[in-house]
Design a protein around this ligand. Structure first.
Ligand code: PMV
Length: 313
């Protein structure tokens, strides 16, 4: 018997970096997915196969001994067969670019937890999310859990460090154009860079955080009123604050300029320094915005907000 599950990628729409210091952020999941297929095998081994490689290991190894981006899957499979006389084979199929800040590892953990544990028993979304966050901690110890949460439940949500997550019930029909700089980015080093900025410019950082807080509250109203053009303007404003924090660079600025000139607004998504930018459009200027990025040789694709979240088959 095979068990299959898929989970979506995510985009941080507003509030990255400031969220680390208590400002509210807005995230959404998008219709690019990772699909995980799990199956019991007679040999007591854990075998994982994906386009980034293969991992075949005996169960009960310490997670600290494993040096592979596939280790969250090992963690989950090992936990699932703890008291079972079976092995597991896992196949991963992904439409999500890797290492681009679009949450591919969280989607892996959520779809992995669902596909693997469903081989043995019925399991709720809440428990899948808990297992996925545990698995993600094997690679990002300090994960806030926001990415796993949005890709489990889907849609748009607010996230605040102290009070957690709140789903936004509206289902707007935005088109997002996501362009990948293909510059590798490290969330950790960008978060450290912002910390340095904050320590050197205490007053300015305090002012920027207040401005960002106000901007996020304005956006939440605009989402309810479905005022896409105004939301685009807020994205451009948010990008200015991110520029001030020092997480942009010439290439990202060039990409954002293309997005801002052809759509309602554009900004970095995630930690910056590389990774992706996104532009906000609707059907009317979707093709034009895509063409502008492509004409400038940028890897890009269009995405819509996903309102399904985790899917199991
Ligand atoms: O890892 P990314 O690129 O999705 O960005 C993480 C978002 C930050 O706000 C920069 C860090 C965080 O932990 O919230």
């Amino acid at each position: 018997m095979k068990s299959k599950a898929s989970a979506p990628a995510k985009v941080i729409l507003f509030g990255e970096h400031f969220v680390v210091y208590g400002v509210k952020a807005i995230l959404c999941s998008i219709n690019k997915r990772i699909t995980v297929t799990a199956e019991k095998i007679s040999e007591r081994k854990i075998s994982i196969s994906s386009e980034i490689g293969k991992l075949i290991l005996e169960p009960d190894k310490s997670i600290l001994e494993i040096n592979s981006p596939l280790k969250p899957f090992y963690y989950l499979a090992n936990k699932a067969i703890e008291n079972e006389d079976t092995g597991i084979h896992i196949e991963i199929d992904s439409e999500i670019p890797l290492g681009a800040g679009l949450g591919s590892s969280s989607a892996c953990c959520v779809a992995g937890a669902a596909a693997i544990f469903k081989l043995f028993r019925k399991i709720s979304k809440e428990e899948i999310l808990e297992l996925a966050i545990e698995a993600e901690r094997t690679i990002f110890e300090n994960t806030s859990g926001a990415d796993c949460t949005v890709c489990t439940y889907g849609g748009i949500m607010e996230y605040e460090k102290n009070s957690g997550f709140k789903k936004i019930e509206d289902e707007p029909n935005y088109q997002l154009i996501i362009a990948n700089s293909n510059i590798e980015h490290s969330t950790q080093s960008m978060v450290s860079k912002v910390k340095e900025f904050k320590n050197k410019n205490k007053e300015e950082f305090f002012k920027l955080s207040n401005l960002e807080s106000k901007l996020v509250e304005d956006v939440l109203k605009l989402v309810k009123e479905n005022k896409i053009e105004k939301i685009g303007e807020k994205m451009n404003q948010n990008q200015k604050y991110l520029e001030t924090l020092g997480i942009s660079n010439n290439q990202l600025r060039e990409m954002i300029k293309i997005g801002q000139e052809s759509s309602f607004g554009a900004k970095i998504t995630g930690s910056g320094g590389g990774g992706c930018v996104f532009a906000l459009t609707d059907e009317s200027d979707l093709q034009n915005t895509l063409k502008k990025f492509k004409d400038n040789n940028y890897e890009c694709f269009s995405a819509k907000i996903d309102f399904t979240g985790l899917n199991t088959f």
